[in-house]
Design a protein around this ligand. Structure first.
Ligand code: PLP
Ligand code: COI
Length: 356
């Protein structure tokens, strides 16, 4: 059993910082709960996880993650239900994706079940930090990085796995303007686009900054070879409703993060009888549909982003305004339905929620 083999050691804060939180003004990712979980890998074995006060860390200057980027992370959320219980959304899926990221980045894997166990333990420890407010939740950030103090290039022999949590509101506070990016690339086939690894985000910053300078909140990445096919956006997968069908780029190319929110949206759409197509999505098809009015909804799907409405698409020198957000039947329904499952007002008939 994970619990007996990896019994958690706990060192609680002397005084909680919770009284200092301005719950009416929670910027995303800037407020940190009292504790963090830390676990080290050395000599082929994981230590038992420790929950300790949230604090700065000391690192060797040659820490290999800093130099060569063996660094991966996850993002998931816990919610306070209407009856006061704590619900974690689909953490088994994050565990699976984390394992895939470990494999691609040549990093030590966690034993089966340990990721989920650690998530549950840290959430339980700081359960008071989970906001009780519509649209608010506890963002959970598990991550792992190489800790060898060695400057040669090789997979590290040592790793640190950690989790901290942040009470959060919305990541995006308004519908988004996005730009279809044709020059820069997020991920190429055979690369690491499918892994949730730090460098993917670093590589996106400069092109995203150029987009921001022109008034775009986010970019929509296209394939590295031809820039003709849509991939995903910076912090979320992208989904379209055209002629009543839900359409989204397939993950076959290994260049797209296999999003858990997107997967949930697809499963709901299928259950509700909506046709779903996961396939190559040509930029031209989207532009044509935007022009002839068959493109009725465009939205991003992600843990931080939730269901993020896209109100305008920029393509080359043109801008395409999309139908008003209030008229978007599917994405509004799916947004509310997902929230209802998480907050416990709708039965969790898919078994997506783990109560702790
Ligand atoms: N794509 C990228 C690049 C992301 O960073 C995220 C967020 O995690 C997603 C997609 C959406 O994935 P998920 O729904 O699992 O959060
Ligand atoms: C998430 O949704 O968890 C993300 O990773 C997006 C972003 C905060 C990096």
């Amino acid at each position: 059993m994970i619990q007996s083999k990896y019994a958690i050691k706990t060192n609680k804060v002397e005084k909680s910082a919770i009284d200092r939180v301005d719950w009416d003004n929670l910027p995303f990712g800037k407020v940190f709960s009292d504790h963090m979980l830390v676990m080290d890998y050395e000599n082929g074995e994981w230590s038992s996880p420790e929950i300790v006060p949230f604090e700065d860390m000391k690192l060797h200057p040659a820490t290999s993650a800093i130099h060569y980027g063996q660094s991966i992370f996850e993002g998931l959320k816990a919610y306070r239900t209407n009856t006061g219980e704590i619900a974690i959304f689909r953490h088994d899926m994050n565990a699976k994706r984390f394992k895939e990221s470990c494999q691609r980045m040549c990093m030590a894997e966690l034993p089966e079940g340990l990721f989920e166990y650690c998530v549950e333990q840290i959430v339980d420890m700081d359960r008071d930090w989970i906001p009780q407010k519509e649209g608010y939740s506890l963002y959970i950030r598990p991550f792992m990085f190489a800790t060898d103090d060695f400057i040669g290039i090789k997979p590290s022999d040592k790793y640190r796995f950690m989790i901290f949590t942040c009470p959060v509101g919305a990541y995006y506070s308004e519908p988004l303007n996005v730009k279809i990016e044709e020059k820069y690339t997020r991920a190429a086939e055979g690369g690491v686009g499918r892994a949730k690894t730090a460098g993917n985000y670093a590589a996106s910053l400069y092109p995203a900054k150029l987009g921001k300078d022109k008034g775009f909140h986010q970019l929509v990445w296209t394939d590295a070879k031809t820039h003709k096919f849509i991939e995903e956006s910076g912090t979320m997968n992208i989904m379209f409703v055209i002629d009543g069908k839900l359409i989204t780029p397939s993950e076959d190319t290994d260049t797209i993060l296999p999003g858990i929110t997107k997967r949930s949206v697809i499963e709901l759409a299928k259950d509700w009888g909506m046709p779903v197509e996961e396939r190559k999505v040509e930029v031209e098809e989207i532009i044509k549909a935007a022009k002839d009015g068959t493109l009725t909804e465009v939205f991003g799907a992600g843990t931080a982003a939730t269901i993020a409405q896209i109100k305008m698409i920029g393509y080359r020198e043109e801008q395409f305004d999309l139908p008003p957000v209030g008229e978007r039947k599917f994405s509004n329904k799916v947004y509310h339905y997902l929230d209802a499952i998480k907050f416990g007002t709708e039965e969790d008939k898919y078994g997506w929620v783990k109560k702790i």
